[in-house]
Write a protein of this length. Structure first.
Length: 331
């Protein structure tokens, strides 16, 4: 059993068993607290709400593992959504066809990737701190978006987009399918490719990574380019979900993406982390939010519970590390 536990930790990430156990505990508590929790409608609602936060968290994940940060994820998603909205409205609006949508989506992803690429180039070649660079990009994209939209919403999109934001594939919500596919791609990219190895090496020690032959500047640029592209996918999904685009969509999700990363065992100093624990952390946060909502709790209480949960996880990890250290000394 110990060998199986160690193998799961190695393959999927540290703390997976603990997160699964806590998730089961939360499910049992809320199922006993309210009969509405274990219903198809509630789980369906959670399945539609989770992907937006999930995609944005994936966009934050790779920069954090590399020892950096991306404060511009929300506005990168929104400016990408605005790109798609503009192309749709310029080519028929509600009468635009699927080819226009596919072209607009490609353009939106290109815009998101470009914004990430600019950040990566400045971080890699100028040596500026990722927080400052991403903050500057966030301010720029927010101001640009406000200027282009005059602070209003853009709407009037084709009806078939409703099927993407609210439809099903084999009984599974389309947004959830998109998120799971993106998470799988991120898992493979980080654990089965040379780029993923370079990301972890840079997060552990960028100077040592450079001396070992890793092209650190190119890797950093690619990290933020991929982060921007993932933001764009989130922006496209938000457009199909809300049938509108606004610069301020999802502003409250920025800190939650960081919370989900840390709950999923991502080292805040970089160099360590896995996708699967982060996905489990996202599910736990969504279950907590939905369960408290069904109990009639205020949304601010859900935020407070998320913060307490993070503190509890940090304490438990410290206790576990102390216990393992004491065991090693005894041996």
């Amino acid at each position: 059993m110990r060998a199986l536990y160690a193998r799961l930790d190695k393959e999927l990430g540290t703390g997976v068993i603990g997160l699964v156990g806590f998730l089961l505990l939360v499910l049992v508590v809320f199922s006993l607290a309210t009969p509405q929790f274990l219903t198809v409608a509630n789980f369906g609602s959670m399945a539609f709400q989770l992907p937006e936060l999930g995609l944005l968290t994936l966009a934050m994940l790779m920069p954090i593992i590399s020892g950096g940060f991306n404060l511009a994820i929300i506005y990168t998603a929104n400016i990408s959504g605005l790109t798609l909205a503009w192309i749709l409205n310029q080519n028929g609006g509600v009468d635009a066809g699927m080819p226009v949508f596919l072209f607009g989506s490609a353009a939106a992803i290109a815009v998101g990737a470009l914004s990430g690429c600019v950040m990566g180039l400045v971080i890699a070649y100028v040596g500026a701190h990722p927080i400052l660079v991403s903050l500057a990009m966030m301010i720029f994209l927010r101001g640009l978006g406000e200027f282009l939209t005059r602070g209003g919403d853009i709407s009037g999109f084709p009806d078939f987009l409703h099927g993407i934001g609210h439809g099903f594939i084999l009984g599974i919500p389309v947004p959830l399918v998109i998120f799971l596919a993106a998470a799988l791609v991120w898992h493979v990219l980080l654990n089965r490719t040379r780029h993923g190895f370079s990301v972890f090496m840079i997060g552990s020690n960028i100077r040592a990574a450079h001396y070992s032959g890793i092209h650190t500047k190119r890797t950093l640029t690619l990290i933020y380019t991929l982060s921007g592209a993932m933001c764009a996918i989130a922006g496209i999904l938000m457009l199909t979900r809300f049938n509108s685009v606004r610069v301020g969509h999802g502003e409250a999700l920025l800190l939650v993406t960081v919370l989900a990363c840390f709950l999923g065992g991502i080292d805040p100093f970089g160099g360590f982390g896995r996708v699967v624990p982060v996905v489990l952390a996202l599910v736990i946060l969504q279950v907590l939010s939905s369960g408290l909502n069904l109990l009639g709790a205020n949304q601010h209480l859900s935020t407070a519970v998320w913060g307490l949960f993070l503190i509890a996880v940090m304490i438990l990890r410290w206790l576990a590390a102390t216990y393992r250290s004491s065991n090693r000394k005894r041996e």
